[in-house]
Design a protein around this ligand. Structure first.
Ligand SMILES: [Zn+2]
Length: 367
């Protein structure tokens, strides 16, 4: 069967390759689930792996199958599988448990290990192929009604973790009722975060670079949220007008904004940092004022990465609720469908295109 593979640490090595078909026996004890891949989303991670920046093949392999944002349908199950059945739509979780105490309680997203095992990224093959076999404990069932937007599940799980954690942390306040949120960044993650916060009833201000109107600002406004271009209004001015912000979700990929956000967080507020900034940028900050604001305002800032089953399941609920409250909204995020694995080069091109929100490969048509 076909797969898109890379030679990790080699730039521009993506290619179409023929690989052996997986079988149910790849998982012992009759617990295998054979999943036919329908759609796979791509993002900056795939681009960086294909640029040779990071990534590693599974032990014994000299290539890595790309793709971590999966969506598929169960074709066959082993005799000892009760959790899913043929015909069920599923998404596969990305990170596998390692050795730390958090891994042993199904929270590999909090692993203390230095080495991550992640599908399509590090040491485990990904999903840009026709089928895969895995254990039921790593699969999330997706209602058939969500099949058209199921490929958004993995990025949704990432924002769900950030928001779930923020609410969990804020239980320190006993009666925390957040009213106003700021989302920094209007890309896929920023859009999904704005959606999840609107579903929780918050007044949401989303900050993006581009001036409205364009698709992303339209999408923000369709949620009843506010789109603000940082070319027209600064974060401090906006927070005077639309704040104070009880929750700020940072998803711009530009680390100086994390410090700017610290200065604009409301009293008792929580700042969620989700940008993976691999560079070496430095910035000067008003450290006394920021520190004082955090101390006198009882503020919290935390980082969030990856997601575990709880967050995927919260994502399923939010995607379903979003479909009910804002019909058609999630479909509008699927801007760049690429038909067929062999068109993978087009997918990489689309990732850099203006107006691209979710780029995904349609490996097989949805039934
Ligand atoms: Zn992703």
């Amino acid at each position: 069967m076909k797969a898109i593979t890379v030679t990790p640490r080699t730039s521009n090595s993506a290619r179409l390759r023929d690989i052996p078909q997986p079988t149910l026996d790849d998982v012992p004890g009759g617990r295998g689930v054979l999943v036919k891949v329908l759609r796979v989303g791509l993002d900056g991670t795939d681009k960086e792996i294909n640029a040779g920046e990071y990534g590693a093949p599974p032990p014994g392999s000299d290539f890595l199958i790309l793709g971590h944002e999966s969506f598929g349908v169960v074709e066959q199950v082993g005799p000892a599988v009760t959790e899913v059945a043929p015909g069920d739509h599923v998404v596969c979780m990305v990170r596998r448990p390692g050795d730390s105490i958090y891994d042993s309680i199904a929270m590999p997203d909090f692993t203390l290990d230095e080495t991550y095992h992640e599908h399509g990224i590090n040491l485990l093959h990904g999903f840009l192929t026709e089928a895969y076999v895995d254990e039921p404990r790593f699969l999330i069932r997706i209602p058939g009604e969500l099949r058209r937007v199921g490929v958004l599940m993995e990025p949704t799980s990432v924002i769900e973790k950030g928001i779930t954690q923020a609410f969990e942390i804020q239980r320190r306040m006993k009666v925390w009722r957040p009213e106003r949120a700021a989302v920094l960044g209007a890309g896929t993650i920023g859009l999904l975060a704005a959606m999840a916060l609107r579903l929780r009833g918050l007044d949401v201000s989303t900050f993006g670079l581009d001036e409205p109107p364009y698709l992303n600002s339209d999408l923000i406004e369709a949620l009843g949220a506010r789109y603000l271009s940082t070319k027209r209004v600064s974060l401090p001015d906006a927070s005077k007008e639309f704040g104070p912000f009880d929750l700020i979700f940072e998803a711009t990929g530009f680390s100086p904004l994390a410090f700017e956000a610290m200065g604009e967080l409301g009293k008792n507020g929580v700042l969620v940092l989700s940008s993976v900034t691999g560079g070496s940028r430095t910035t000067e900050v008003k450290s006394d004022a920021l520190n004082l604001g955090f101390v006198l305002g009882n503020k919290v800032m935390f980082g969030t990465v990856n997601a575990n089953r709880e967050h995927f399941e919260a994502g399923v609920r939010d995607l379903a609720t979003c479909q009910a409250h804002y019909p058609g909204w999630l479909e509008r995020l699927l801007t760049h469908p690429i038909h067929g694995l062999e068109k993978y080069e087009k997918a990489f091109e689309a990732l850099g295109e203006r107006g691209a929100i979710k780029v995904y490969v349609e490996v097989a048509p949805l039934e």
